[in-house]
Ligand binder design. Structure first.
Ligand code: HEM
Ligand code: HEM
Ligand SMILES: [Fe+2]
Length: 451
């Protein structure tokens, strides 16, 4: 590790991983309810389990992004982090606010609106923490070298914070409420988080392949341009049936179909660079997660998104298990795998060890990815049947749910496999390291990696 303050990232990654485990446990609990409907129905109703699951997801992903930023910024900007103290305080506030929301939910304290259920004071704390982060990171950037990667990354994070402000606006009119709700939920994952993903992947690709920065920067700009061009008006694919004007049907269909392009470009980019790259980087598991992220994001967001994005198809599939199938694979492929890639790359440096427990890490990669893929398939089958019976044949919702039971059992099984894989991953990163530094003072990592 070249810069002392890169170690600020460590507690962020640890916190993110622990919350990741909690997220998956709530996911499995929600999966159990689908098979045994009365499970925990008094102690912890389904909607509480569900909001715990989805909120934990967003909170740990953001903490992971913060950590990733603190990790790469000193290297990119060639200066130390402006203030490690602000970073630690900011992490404390964020984790406290997230935990408070989570505990509150168990007592029924929440404000509805999926993903934005946090009570107002929690939202305020999250905002304060986010602003402290942005101040700290921006000061660091301004103090040093400004690369395309760090600029795009910070632009994405700033825009994420700005769009988050719509969480504070909750109009009484339900159509308007939904319109602004998507400003966060859609614009985050299909717009501004896309900048975060593209820049973090670009960083990993530079480090792992040694390909020239100039080439990577050109790709980065093209991908960012495509993300913003398609993703912003692509919001229209959520405005088909909520009371917004009918012109959103062609606009949303057209622009959201184009959203597949940047995702496809990222796959080509990653594979092309690894093919071109000269460097034989020792951290093979980081390579696996990096390429896996590009591929699974393309399938989860691109292919599974395209499946139901045209208005005349969405008319039938809207809000069915198809949506859940896509939501899972997209979030997993794009943002979960991105975080796990960065952590897999950074942890050996942060802990001063050689890339370690690679076998276990790679096993967890295959098990987790296969588990999520299988879960997506079962949900997709369930969704197709549900769409046909419920939307085409007009059979009653609850009657249709009974016909989906087999798929829900299979979803639960794949969910348990994912949980096991997640525990393996956490152990691979935080547990005892098998491959230690050879000798005191020896380079932490093969010389080729020390860029
Ligand atoms: C990293 C892995 C995971 C990610 C990224 C993830 C993400 C999500 C998201 C985004 C939603 C909301 C879906 C929507 O609004 O359409 C959701 C709901 C849900 N998740 Fe997960 N999840 C993961 C793992 C799991 C696991 C392992 C299970 C276990 C079976 C699970 C079970 C559920 C259930 C039952 C719901 C509620 C679906 C509904 O309301 O019909 N998830 N998850
Ligand atoms: C990484 C990127 C993406 C993520 C994380 C993601 C995640 C999600 C989630 C969680 C939902 C459910 C929201 C809810 O109703 O609560 C959703 C809905 C939807 N997504 Fe995505 N998505 C991504 C990219 C895309 C792309 C690229 C497309 C189109 C090509 C797309 C098309 C859709 C559509 C049409 C819906 C609405 C489904 C319905 O009507 O029920 N998504 N997405
Ligand atoms: Fe969307």
């Amino acid at each position: 590790m070249k810069y002392e303050t890169q170690k600020v990232a460590y507690p962020f990654f640890v916190a993110a991983l622990l919350l990741f485990v909690a997220q998956i446990i709530f996911g499995v609990l929600a999966g159990v309810v689908y098979v045994f409907p009365n499970f925990l129905s008094e102690a912890m109703p389904f909607h509480i389990i569900r909001m715990s699951h989805t909120n934990l997801l967003i909170v740990w992903l953001l903490i992971g992004f913060f950590g990733a930023t603190y990790y790469l910024l000193p290297e990119e900007a060639e200066v130390e982090i402006h203030s490690p103290t602000i970073a630690y305080v900011q992490l404390g506030i964020f984790v406290f606010a997230g935990a408070a929301a989570l505990i509150g939910y168990q007592f029924g304290i929440h404000e509805g609106r999926h993903y934005l259920e946090q009570p107002l004071w929690v939202k305020i704390l999250l905002t304060i923490s986010f602003l402290m982060f942005l101040y700290n990171a921006s000061r660091t950037l301004l103090n040093g070298r400004k690369t395309a990667i760090s600029t795009v990354l910070l632009l994405g994070l700033w825009l994420a914070a700005i769009f988050w402000l719509f969480a504070f606006y909750n109009p009484a009119n339900l159509a308007l409420d939904k319109m602004y709700w998507w400003y966060i939920v859609h614009v985050w994952v299909e717009g501004v988080w896309g900048l975060i993903m593209a820049s973090l992947l670009a960083y990993l690709v530079i480090k792992l392949t040694g390909v020239d920065r100039e080439i990577i920067d050109k790709w980065l700009y093209v991908i960012v341009g495509l993300v913003l061009f398609s993703g912003l008006l692509g919001t229209g694919h959520h405005y088909y049936w909520i009371g917004t004007p009918a012109y959103w049907q062609p606009i949303g269909s057209f622009f959201s179909a184009l959203e597949v392009l940047p995702l496809f470009a990222m796959v080509i980019f990653a594979f092309y660079m690894f093919w071109r790259g000269q460097r034989d980087h020792p951290n093979k598991s980081a390579m696996l997660w990096t390429l896996g992220c590009a591929v699974m994001a393309f399938f989860g967001a691109g292919v599974w998104g395209f499946m139901h994005t045209l208005s005349f198809i969405n008319y039938y599939t809207h809000g069915t298990q198809i949506t859940a199938a896509h939501g899972h694979l997209a979030f997993f492929g794009a943002y979960v795998m991105l975080n796990l890639a960065i952590m897999t790359y950074a942890m050996p440096h942060l802990r001063g060890k050689l890339p370690y427990n690679q076998m276990l890490n790679m096993w967890s990669f295959w098990l987790m990815t296969a588990g999520m893929a299988f879960m997506t398939f079962t949900l997709t089958f369930a969704g197709v049947i549900q769409t046909h019976l419920q939307r085409v044949m007009a059979i009653n919702f609850m009657v249709v749910q009974e016909d989906l039971e087999l798929f829900m059992v299979m979803r639960l099984i794949s969910g348990v496999i994912v949980l096991i894989a997640v525990l393996m991953f956490v152990y691979a990163l935080l547990g005892r390291a098998k491959e230690q530094v050879p000798a005191e003072g020896a380079p932490h990592i093969a010389p080729a990696a020390a860029v």
